[in-house]
Design a protein around this ligand. Structure first.
Ligand code: ATP
Ligand code: MG
Length: 433
């Protein structure tokens, strides 16, 4: 039976003291005034007054405490009602289970998420809403959670958790769990959200990114092939025609009348023009596609590229390149990427850096090639990297990522710009997806 609220230690003590006082007073009166009926009567009247007073005070106290306790329990009821309405209006599903993993709270959002009425869920085991293959893992998780004694945490960090609707459909969810210790054991509350739509969107974005990367790689490859073709045509066709023209001109010059200095001068001018044209054709075809990359390999192509850059730009450029053997046997796409990264970095130095010196380090090791191009120019800022119409650095990144490598562009220790790329020697399967 519930003990009344007013029955507290101090009320018991006060009541006992009052009774003891009355008994003591009566005892003293009997001893001192046994022969004086008026005194005995007065004592009796005093007793009655004290008794009535004590009963009055006790009744008042009882009423006071009853009211106080009624107010407190009304406040508790109101707070429960408030909490229930908050829980019920929450957007996320909230489920509490008792120490036996039976559901004791199932809010309205949980009804929607699990397509199950509260009345059917209450008392049911939580595992009913977990796909069979995850039930063991869930039990382990709860066990571990209980042992750590932590009061709350996100469930399944970095993994996708799965729930099971009443109609048998599975869905991905995000959840956090908290525990409270009560008399009968641990109660667990799971707050969870159906993330089907988010997961679908994430999957779609990933798929589209992979498709775009594949597409951009194809475009780059096609451009590369086209450039190779034009470079070969320029080099072989036009180069040979110009050589033939030069030979014809030499033949003509030999047969010119010795006295005709005007004709001789014109022929000399034509020869000089032809020489310049041959040089131009060589340069254009080399810019389009260094045929030596195919014919002689990366080592010689890089050496030529850096020397040509230094000669054309006037920038002092140091090159460190591994032994030829270390760069042998590279896949064509890898050699292409290394060459194009170097070419774009050097072109950028010539166009934007206002540098006096540049350093190119090509390294090979650990199944990777490392490219480092640094200058001592004006440096690069974040805005430069985000310019919508600039494609050089973006193309570079695309090429490197497609091969499963990494690229960093930023300020160099010497104050200029540094491009750092790391490319696997062989294209990693499933890279950049
Ligand atoms: N070495 C560098 N030093 C200073 N600024 C640089 C350097 N490299 C690039 N930048 C800056 O970064 C910007 C982007 O370079 P990016 O190569 O992407 O484009 P771009 O060279 O302007 O044009 P393109 O598309 O023809 O390559 C450049 O416009 C330039 O402002
Ligand atoms: Mg550029």
């Amino acid at each position: 039976m519930k003990r009344p609220d007013w029955l507290r230690p101090w009320t018991i003590a006060a009541g006992s003291a009052l009774l003891a006082g009355i008994v003591a007073l009566n005892g003293a009166t009997l001893v001192v005034a046994g022969d004086h009926p008026t005194l005995v009567a007065t004592a009796l009247v005093a007793d009655a007054v004290l008794l009535v007073g004590a009963i009055g005070v006790a009744l008042w106290l009882a009423q006071h405490y009853e009211k106080q306790s009624a107010r407190a329990s009304a406040a508790v009821d109101a707070s429960h009602a408030r909490l229930a309405s908050v829980i019920d209006s929450a957007m996320d599903a909230i489920i509490t289970v008792d120490p036996n993993q039976r559901i004791v709270l199932f809010n309205r959002a949980a009804e929607t998420v699990f397509r199950c009425r509260r009345i059917d869920a209450l008392g049911a085991p939580l595992e009913r809403f977990i796909p069979a293959r995850f039930r063991g893992a869930h039990r382990d998780h709860i066990g571990r959670f209980a042992r750590t004694g932590v009061t709350s945490r996100r469930m399944g960090d970095a993994l996708v958790l799965w729930g099971l609707r009443a109609d048998g459909e599975e869905f991905p969810l995000d959840a956090s769990i908290s525990q409270t210790r009560e008399a009968g054991g641990n109660f667990y509350t799971v707050i969870l959200r159906d993330v089907t739509l988010r997961k679908q969107n994430e999957d779609m974005v990933k798929r589209q990114q992979a498709e775009l990367r594949e597409l951009s790689a194809r475009v780059l490859e096609a451009r590369e092939e086209e450039k190779t073709l034009i470079a070969r045509e320029l080099h072989d066709e036009l180069g040979q025609l110009l050589t033939a023209l030069k030979m014809d001109l030499a033949w003509l010059r030999e047969r010119l009348p010795p006295a005709s200095s005007e004709l001789g001068g014109k022929a000399a001018q034509m020869e000089a023009l032809l020489d310049r044209t041959v040089t131009s054709v060589r340069r254009i075809s080399a810019d389009l596609r260094p045929l030596m990359l195919d014919d002689l390999g990366l080592h010689d192509a890089v050496t030529w590229l850096v020397e040509d850059f230094a000669a054309r730009s006037g920038i002092d450029c140091r090159l460190s390149v591994p032994e030829e053997a270390e760069l042998a046997g590279l896949e064509r796409s890898v050699a292409n990427t290394v060459y194009r990264v170097l070419q774009e970095s050097l072109t950028n130095i010539a166009r934007h850096a206002q540098a006096k010196h540049a350093w190119v380090i090509l390294g090979a090791g650990g199944g990777h090639l490392h490219i480092e191009v640094e200058d001592d120019g004006r440096g690069i800022v974040a805005d430069d990297l985000a310019q919508p119409r600039s494609l050089g650095l973006k193309g570079m990144r695309e090429r490197v990522l497609y091969l499963g490598g990494s690229l960093e562009i930023g300020r160099a220790p010497r104050g200029g710009t540094r491009v750092l790329a790391r490319v696997p020697r062989a294209r990693e399967t499933g890279a950049a997806t």
